[in-house]
Design a protein around this ligand. Structure first.
Ligand code: SPV
Ligand code: MG
Length: 298
C-alpha cells in the first residue's frame, strides 16, 4: 500500500494519529522504530540541525533533500512542513510536484507572510497573508497533485497572530473549500483553551491537527474528546538530542579516560542495525559466491 493511502487510512481508522518529529534519516528511523504512525519533517528541527534560524532561510531544495532521505529510509508516511510554500502559487505548484515525486504523503503550508519566523519565537514577526492569497496557494497545490490521496494540510496561524478563533474558523473553512485535506490549528498559548474552542466549533469535514509544544500538559484523551484527529510531537526528539549530546560532550571533555563517562551511550551494534551495516556484509558474500561461480575466485 502506498504511504499516501496509508496516511488517509490511519486518519479514518485510528482515534488519533500520532506523528513524531524528525530532522534527518536517523531520527526519522527512530520515530518509525518507536512505532509512531508518521514522521513530521519540521522546518524548526531541520533548520536547527543546520544551525540556521527557522525563518525561511533554507531553500526548498535543501528541505526536499532532507525529506527525501527520510522517505528513502522509512516505510511509514512522511509529512513535510513546507512553511509558507516557498513563494506564491507557482512556487507551491512546483513544490507539490517535487514532494509528491519523492514519496512524501502530505505537505503542510501555512498562511504567514514570507519570510516567516517560528510560531513560538518570543517577539517573532507573526503576520498573515490575506485569506484570498492563501486560498490561491491551496488551489495551486490541489491542481498540482497527481495522486488524489496526497494530502494538502492547510495550517492557519490566525491564533499565533492573535486574530482570534472566529478568524481562524473563517480561514479554515475557506481553506477546506479550496481543497485542503486537513487543517492544522496552531497556538502559542500554554493551555489548549483556544484550540479546543476552535475544534468544538469546527463543523467542516476535514480532520484537525495540533502541535501541542506550548501546551504539553494536554492529554491525548482530551485531544480525542475535542475532535482532534492528529497530534504532532514536532521537536521533542531534537531537544532531547541537544541535551544528551551536550551532556556527554561535557563529560568527555572533563575525564581522563572514556571509561569515566557516566552518560549512557547506545552501542555501536544498535547503530549498525539502524544503518543496515550487515546488509553490506551479506551483499559482499553474495558477490563472492557469484565471482566463484564465474571462476574469478578459486
Ligand atoms: C515545526 O516543527 O517546524 C513547526 C511547529 O512548524 S512550530 O515550531 O511550533 O512552529
Ligand atoms: Mg515549521
Amino acid at each position: 500500500m502506498s504511504n499516501v493511502k496509508n496516511l488517509q487510512d490511519l486518519l479514518k481508522t485510528k482515534p488519533i494519529v500520532k506523528v513524531g518529529g524528525a530532522f534527518d534519516a536517523m531520527s526519522a528511523k527512530l520515530v518509525e522504530i518507536n512505532e509512531f504512525d508518521a514522521i513530521w519533517a519540521g522546518s524548526f528541527a531541520i533548520s536547527a540541525t543546520h544551525a540556521l534560524p527557522d525563518a525561511s532561510i533554507m531553500t526548498m531544495t535543501e528541505f526536499l533533500a532532507v525529506a527525501n532521505n527520510m522517505t528513502e529510509s522509512c516505510k511509514i508516511p512522511v509529512i513535510a512542513d513546507c512553511d509558507t510554500g516557498f513563494g506564491g502559487p507557482s512556487n507551491v505548484s512546483y513544490m507539490v510536484k517535487k514532494y509528491e515525486s519523492i514519496g512524501v504523503a502530505a505537505i503542510s503550508i501555512e498562511d504567514k507572510t514570507f519570510p516567516k519566523q517560528n510560531s513560538l519565537l518570543k517577539g517573532g514577526k507573526q503576520e498573515l497573508i490575506s485569506q484570498k492569497e492563501f486560498v490561491a496557494k491551496i488551489i495551486a497545490a490541489r491542481e498540482a497533485k497527481q495522486n488524489q490521496d496526497f494530502m494538502i494540510i492547510a495550517r492557519t496561524e490566525a491564533l499565533i497572530a492573535e486574530m482570534g478563533v472566529d478568524e481562524a474558523l473563517k480561514r479554515a473553512h475557506a481553506y477546506e473549500d479550496a481543497g485542503a485535506n486537513a487543517i492544522l490549528i496552531h497556538s502559542k498559548k500554554n493551555n489548549p483553551d483556544e484550540v479546543f474552542e476552535f475544534s468544538d466549533k469546527w463543523d467542516g469535514k476535514v480532520p484537525l491537527i495540533v502541535v501541542p509544544t506550548s501546551y504539553p500538559s494536554v492529554g491525548l484523551d482530551e485531544l480525542i474528546e475535542h475532535k482532534i484527529k492528529m497530534v504532532i510531537y514536532a521537536n521533542q526528539s531534537l531537544r532531547v538530542a541537544y541535551t544528551a549530546m551536550s551532556r556527554v560532550l561535557k563529560e568527555i571533555n572533563h575525564v581522563n579516560r572514556l571509561t569515566e563517562v557516566k552518560e549512557e551511550m547506545t552501542s555501536m551494534e544498535k547503530i549498525f542495525d539502524l544503518q543496515e551495516m550487515y546488509n553490506i556484509k551479506k551483499e559482499e558474500k553474495d558477490i563472492e559466491t557469484e565471482l566463484k561461480k564465474l571462476g574469478y575466485i578459486k
